[in-house]
Design a binder for this molecule. Structure first.
Ligand code: ZN
Length: 57
């Protein structure tokens, strides 16, 4: 047993640390899921903005 096993943030699958995709401080099983996480985060931010956050400029 070497290295450590992480879990994909999207699907929860076991991923070897060496083989994982790390983005935003999270681990993913594939680039695809890393991208999906980014999309979810972006969508969430857009919703927050729609809800009437102040305009910064
Ligand atoms: Zn995954």
């Amino acid at each position: 047993m070497f290295g450590s096993t992480k879990h994909c943030t999207i699907c929860g699958m076991d991923v070897k640390k060496e083989a994982s995709v790390k983005r935003f401080g999270k681990y993913f099983c594939s680039d695809e899921h890393a991208q999906k996480y980014a999309d979810v985060q972006m969508t969430r931010q857009q919703k927050d903005n729609d809800r009437g956050g102040g305009c910064c400029c």
